[in-house]
Design a protein around this ligand. Structure first.
Ligand code: AMP
Ligand code: MN
Ligand code: MN
Ligand code: MN
Length: 285
Protein backbone atom coordinates (compact mmCIF):
# COMPACT_ATOMS: atom_id res chain seq x y z
CA UNK A 1 0.00 0.00 0.00
CA UNK A 2 1.55 3.31 -1.06
CA UNK A 3 -0.24 6.01 0.93
CA UNK A 4 0.95 9.59 0.48
CA UNK A 5 -1.04 11.37 3.16
CA UNK A 6 0.62 14.81 3.02
CA UNK A 7 0.76 16.98 -0.12
CA UNK A 8 0.19 20.55 -1.29
CA UNK A 9 -1.39 22.33 -4.25
CA UNK A 10 -1.10 25.92 -5.45
CA UNK A 11 -4.02 26.83 -3.18
CA UNK A 12 -1.40 26.94 -0.40
CA UNK A 13 2.34 26.93 -1.12
CA UNK A 14 2.49 24.06 -3.61
CA UNK A 15 3.09 24.57 -7.33
CA UNK A 16 0.55 22.24 -8.96
CA UNK A 17 -3.20 22.41 -9.49
CA UNK A 18 -5.23 19.68 -7.74
CA UNK A 19 -5.69 17.85 -11.07
CA UNK A 20 -1.96 17.97 -11.88
CA UNK A 21 -1.14 16.77 -8.36
CA UNK A 22 -3.50 13.81 -8.73
CA UNK A 23 -2.08 12.93 -12.15
CA UNK A 24 1.45 12.95 -10.72
CA UNK A 25 0.38 10.78 -7.78
CA UNK A 26 -1.18 8.28 -10.18
CA UNK A 27 1.96 8.13 -12.31
CA UNK A 28 4.08 7.64 -9.16
CA UNK A 29 1.82 4.64 -8.30
CA UNK A 30 0.36 6.17 -5.17
CA UNK A 31 -2.73 4.25 -3.95
CA UNK A 32 -4.07 6.80 -1.46
CA UNK A 33 -3.41 10.54 -1.81
CA UNK A 34 -4.42 13.05 0.86
CA UNK A 35 -4.31 16.68 -0.27
CA UNK A 36 -3.36 18.62 2.86
CA UNK A 37 -2.87 22.29 2.01
CA UNK A 38 -1.82 24.72 4.75
CA UNK A 39 -4.96 26.09 6.43
CA UNK A 40 -7.22 25.73 3.39
CA UNK A 41 -9.42 23.09 1.75
CA UNK A 42 -9.88 25.14 -1.43
CA UNK A 43 -8.39 22.37 -3.62
CA UNK A 44 -11.53 20.28 -3.14
CA UNK A 45 -13.71 23.06 -4.54
CA UNK A 46 -11.88 22.54 -7.83
CA UNK A 47 -12.40 18.81 -8.18
CA UNK A 48 -15.64 18.00 -9.94
CA UNK A 49 -16.16 14.78 -8.06
CA UNK A 50 -13.63 13.19 -5.75
CA UNK A 51 -11.87 11.47 -8.67
CA UNK A 52 -11.03 8.19 -6.98
CA UNK A 53 -10.25 5.29 -9.31
CA UNK A 54 -9.73 1.60 -8.63
CA UNK A 55 -6.02 2.28 -8.02
CA UNK A 56 -6.04 5.76 -6.45
CA UNK A 57 -8.25 7.02 -3.63
CA UNK A 58 -8.28 10.77 -2.83
CA UNK A 59 -8.71 11.83 0.75
CA UNK A 60 -9.71 15.30 1.94
CA UNK A 61 -7.18 16.77 4.32
CA UNK A 62 -5.61 19.93 5.68
CA UNK A 63 -2.39 20.94 7.47
CA UNK A 64 -3.00 23.38 10.32
CA UNK A 65 -0.25 25.62 11.73
CA UNK A 66 -0.32 25.66 15.55
CA UNK A 67 1.64 27.04 18.46
CA UNK A 68 3.12 24.70 21.05
CA UNK A 69 5.65 25.85 23.60
CA UNK A 70 6.09 29.07 21.60
CA UNK A 71 7.05 27.29 18.41
CA UNK A 72 5.27 26.43 15.19
CA UNK A 73 3.92 22.88 14.98
CA UNK A 74 1.95 21.38 12.08
CA UNK A 75 -1.06 19.12 12.55
CA UNK A 76 -2.51 17.25 9.56
CA UNK A 77 -6.22 16.40 9.50
CA UNK A 78 -7.23 13.40 7.36
CA UNK A 79 -10.71 12.53 6.13
CA UNK A 80 -12.23 15.82 7.21
CA UNK A 81 -15.64 17.16 6.21
CA UNK A 82 -14.55 20.53 4.87
CA UNK A 83 -18.04 22.01 5.26
CA UNK A 84 -18.12 21.50 9.02
CA UNK A 85 -18.51 24.84 10.82
CA UNK A 86 -15.89 24.61 13.59
CA UNK A 87 -13.21 23.68 11.04
CA UNK A 88 -14.39 26.30 8.51
CA UNK A 89 -14.24 29.03 11.15
CA UNK A 90 -10.77 28.03 12.31
CA UNK A 91 -9.40 27.91 8.75
CA UNK A 92 -10.86 31.36 8.02
CA UNK A 93 -9.15 32.72 11.16
CA UNK A 94 -5.86 31.11 10.19
CA UNK A 95 -6.05 32.55 6.67
CA UNK A 96 -6.66 36.00 8.19
CA UNK A 97 -3.55 35.55 10.36
CA UNK A 98 -1.59 34.63 7.23
CA UNK A 99 -2.78 37.76 5.44
CA UNK A 100 -1.86 39.96 8.41
CA UNK A 101 1.57 38.33 8.63
CA UNK A 102 2.12 38.99 4.91
CA UNK A 103 1.12 42.63 5.42
CA UNK A 104 3.65 42.91 8.26
CA UNK A 105 6.35 41.45 5.97
CA UNK A 106 5.27 43.88 3.24
CA UNK A 107 5.74 46.79 5.68
CA UNK A 108 9.30 45.78 6.53
CA UNK A 109 10.08 45.21 2.86
CA UNK A 110 8.74 48.68 2.03
CA UNK A 111 10.87 50.21 4.78
CA UNK A 112 13.84 48.61 3.02
CA UNK A 113 12.68 50.13 -0.30
CA UNK A 114 11.17 46.94 -1.77
CA UNK A 115 7.60 47.48 -2.97
CA UNK A 116 5.09 45.17 -4.59
CA UNK A 117 4.73 42.13 -2.32
CA UNK A 118 0.96 42.45 -1.89
CA UNK A 119 0.47 43.01 -5.63
CA UNK A 120 2.55 39.91 -6.35
CA UNK A 121 0.55 37.82 -3.84
CA UNK A 122 -2.65 39.03 -5.47
CA UNK A 123 -1.65 37.38 -8.75
CA UNK A 124 -1.40 33.90 -7.16
CA UNK A 125 -4.24 31.37 -6.80
CA UNK A 126 -3.37 30.68 -3.15
CA UNK A 127 -5.95 31.05 -0.38
CA UNK A 128 -3.39 30.61 2.40
CA UNK A 129 -0.42 32.93 1.97
CA UNK A 130 2.85 31.36 3.12
CA UNK A 131 6.46 32.32 3.55
CA UNK A 132 7.22 30.21 0.47
CA UNK A 133 5.38 32.80 -1.62
CA UNK A 134 7.36 35.61 -0.02
CA UNK A 135 10.57 33.63 -0.61
CA UNK A 136 9.69 33.36 -4.31
CA UNK A 137 9.07 37.12 -4.43
CA UNK A 138 12.52 37.74 -2.87
CA UNK A 139 14.10 35.45 -5.47
CA UNK A 140 12.25 37.15 -8.36
CA UNK A 141 13.48 40.53 -7.08
CA UNK A 142 17.06 39.27 -6.89
CA UNK A 143 17.14 39.73 -3.11
CA UNK A 144 17.46 36.03 -2.26
CA UNK A 145 19.52 33.43 -4.14
CA UNK A 146 17.29 30.46 -3.30
CA UNK A 147 14.41 29.39 -1.07
CA UNK A 148 16.87 28.19 1.53
CA UNK A 149 18.74 31.49 1.42
CA UNK A 150 15.44 33.38 1.74
CA UNK A 151 14.33 31.37 4.79
CA UNK A 152 17.73 31.43 6.47
CA UNK A 153 18.49 35.10 5.96
CA UNK A 154 15.19 36.93 5.65
CA UNK A 155 12.10 34.96 6.70
CA UNK A 156 13.06 33.17 9.90
CA UNK A 157 11.90 34.40 13.31
CA UNK A 158 14.83 36.78 13.55
CA UNK A 159 15.05 37.44 9.81
CA UNK A 160 15.05 40.98 8.48
CA UNK A 161 11.65 40.55 6.80
CA UNK A 162 10.25 37.85 9.08
CA UNK A 163 6.97 38.25 10.96
CA UNK A 164 5.36 35.93 13.44
CA UNK A 165 1.78 34.79 13.57
CA UNK A 166 0.04 33.66 16.72
CA UNK A 167 -1.43 30.43 15.33
CA UNK A 168 -4.09 28.47 17.19
CA UNK A 169 -3.14 25.96 19.89
CA UNK A 170 -2.58 22.27 19.10
CA UNK A 171 -5.72 21.51 21.10
CA UNK A 172 -7.82 23.91 19.00
CA UNK A 173 -6.52 22.36 15.77
CA UNK A 174 -7.15 18.80 16.97
CA UNK A 175 -10.66 19.75 18.19
CA UNK A 176 -11.53 21.26 14.81
CA UNK A 177 -10.31 18.14 12.99
CA UNK A 178 -12.30 15.90 15.34
CA UNK A 179 -15.41 18.11 14.92
CA UNK A 180 -15.04 17.66 11.17
CA UNK A 181 -14.92 13.88 11.64
CA UNK A 182 -11.23 13.52 10.76
CA UNK A 183 -8.12 11.98 12.28
CA UNK A 184 -5.42 14.34 13.63
CA UNK A 185 -1.81 13.46 12.76
CA UNK A 186 1.30 15.21 14.06
CA UNK A 187 3.24 16.22 10.92
CA UNK A 188 6.99 15.71 10.29
CA UNK A 189 7.96 15.38 14.00
CA UNK A 190 11.71 15.73 13.47
CA UNK A 191 11.47 19.14 11.79
CA UNK A 192 10.75 21.13 14.93
CA UNK A 193 14.28 21.59 16.16
CA UNK A 194 13.55 20.27 19.65
CA UNK A 195 15.38 17.76 21.87
CA UNK A 196 14.21 14.14 21.92
CA UNK A 197 12.85 14.76 25.40
CA UNK A 198 10.79 17.73 24.28
CA UNK A 199 9.57 15.83 21.21
CA UNK A 200 8.37 13.05 23.51
CA UNK A 201 6.46 15.62 25.57
CA UNK A 202 4.94 17.12 22.42
CA UNK A 203 3.75 13.70 21.24
CA UNK A 204 2.31 12.86 24.67
CA UNK A 205 0.45 16.16 24.90
CA UNK A 206 -0.79 15.75 21.33
CA UNK A 207 -2.25 12.35 22.26
CA UNK A 208 -3.84 13.74 25.44
CA UNK A 209 -5.84 16.36 23.48
CA UNK A 210 -7.13 13.75 21.01
CA UNK A 211 -4.36 13.48 18.41
CA UNK A 212 -4.40 9.97 16.97
CA UNK A 213 -1.48 9.65 14.58
CA UNK A 214 2.17 10.44 13.92
CA UNK A 215 3.99 10.81 10.61
CA UNK A 216 6.59 8.06 10.87
CA UNK A 217 8.04 8.14 7.35
CA UNK A 218 8.38 11.13 5.04
CA UNK A 219 10.75 12.71 2.54
CA UNK A 220 14.42 12.66 3.36
CA UNK A 221 14.05 10.82 6.67
CA UNK A 222 16.88 8.33 7.14
CA UNK A 223 16.22 4.77 8.41
CA UNK A 224 17.44 5.54 11.96
CA UNK A 225 15.04 8.47 12.28
CA UNK A 226 12.18 6.42 10.79
CA UNK A 227 12.86 3.74 13.43
CA UNK A 228 12.89 6.41 16.13
CA UNK A 229 9.55 7.82 14.95
CA UNK A 230 8.08 4.30 14.79
CA UNK A 231 9.08 3.69 18.43
CA UNK A 232 7.63 7.05 19.47
CA UNK A 233 4.42 6.18 17.64
CA UNK A 234 4.05 2.76 19.27
CA UNK A 235 4.98 4.05 22.75
CA UNK A 236 2.07 6.48 22.56
CA UNK A 237 -0.44 4.05 20.97
CA UNK A 238 -0.75 6.27 17.92
CA UNK A 239 -1.50 5.34 14.31
CA UNK A 240 1.45 5.56 11.90
CA UNK A 241 1.18 7.80 8.83
CA UNK A 242 3.35 8.30 5.75
CA UNK A 243 3.53 11.26 3.39
CA UNK A 244 5.93 13.12 1.14
CA UNK A 245 4.90 16.73 2.00
CA UNK A 246 5.21 17.27 -1.75
CA UNK A 247 5.21 20.90 -2.89
CA UNK A 248 6.91 21.15 -6.27
CA UNK A 249 8.27 18.93 -9.06
CA UNK A 250 11.49 20.99 -8.96
CA UNK A 251 12.30 19.63 -5.51
CA UNK A 252 13.58 16.16 -6.42
CA UNK A 253 14.08 14.91 -2.87
CA UNK A 254 10.43 15.51 -2.02
CA UNK A 255 8.24 13.72 -4.55
CA UNK A 256 4.85 12.05 -4.30
CA UNK A 257 5.14 8.51 -2.94
CA UNK A 258 8.92 8.80 -2.44
CA UNK A 259 9.63 7.84 1.17
CA UNK A 260 10.50 4.70 3.09
CA UNK A 261 7.75 2.17 3.79
CA UNK A 262 6.60 1.83 7.38
CA UNK A 263 8.91 -0.38 9.44
CA UNK A 264 7.45 -3.73 10.52
CA UNK A 265 7.28 -2.40 14.10
CA UNK A 266 4.22 -0.35 13.17
CA UNK A 267 2.92 -2.31 10.17
CA UNK A 268 -0.22 -3.28 12.11
CA UNK A 269 -0.72 0.33 13.22
CA UNK A 270 -0.75 1.94 9.78
CA UNK A 271 -3.37 4.71 9.83
CA UNK A 272 -5.19 3.15 6.86
CA UNK A 273 -6.00 0.25 9.23
CA UNK A 274 -7.81 2.65 11.58
CA UNK A 275 -11.35 1.30 12.16
CA UNK A 276 -12.83 4.57 10.85
CA UNK A 277 -10.68 4.65 7.71
CA UNK A 278 -13.33 3.28 5.31
CA UNK A 279 -15.74 6.10 6.24
CA UNK A 280 -12.99 8.76 6.03
CA UNK A 281 -12.10 7.68 2.53
CA UNK A 282 -15.76 8.04 1.58
CA UNK A 283 -16.06 11.69 2.65
CA UNK A 284 -16.62 13.37 -0.69
CA UNK A 285 -18.18 16.52 -1.94
P1 AMP B 1 4.42 29.11 6.60
O1 AMP B 1 3.31 28.09 6.44
O2 AMP B 1 4.17 30.34 5.86
O3 AMP B 1 4.78 29.34 8.04
O4 AMP B 1 5.70 28.49 5.93
C1 AMP B 1 6.09 27.18 6.22
C2 AMP B 1 6.40 26.49 4.92
O5 AMP B 1 7.59 27.06 4.38
C3 AMP B 1 6.68 25.02 5.05
O6 AMP B 1 5.51 24.27 4.90
C4 AMP B 1 7.61 24.77 3.89
O7 AMP B 1 6.87 24.56 2.74
C5 AMP B 1 8.34 26.07 3.73
N1 AMP B 1 9.70 26.10 4.31
C6 AMP B 1 10.04 26.21 5.60
N2 AMP B 1 11.39 26.27 5.75
C7 AMP B 1 11.91 26.20 4.50
C8 AMP B 1 13.23 26.23 3.96
N3 AMP B 1 14.31 26.33 4.73
N4 AMP B 1 13.38 26.16 2.62
C9 AMP B 1 12.29 26.06 1.82
N5 AMP B 1 11.02 26.04 2.27
C10 AMP B 1 10.83 26.10 3.59
MN1 MN C 1 4.60 24.34 2.84
MN1 MN D 1 4.45 21.26 7.52
MN1 MN E 1 3.19 20.26 4.48
Amino acid sequence: MLADLHSHTYFSDGYLSPDALIARAASNLVNILAITDHDTTEAFEHLENMPSTSTLTILQGVEISCMWDQREIHVVGLGIDRHELVLRTLLNDQQALRLRRAQAMDMSLQRAGVCGLMNYLGTLPCKAIGRNHVAQFLIDRGIARSKDHAFKNFLGDRGKFGAKAQWCSVETAVNAILSAGGIAILAHPNRYNVSNQKLRRLVEEFAVVGGEGLEVSYSNLDPDRVAHMAALCMDNDLWASTGSDFHSPINHWMDLGKFRLLPTLCATRAVWMHPRWPELARVGN
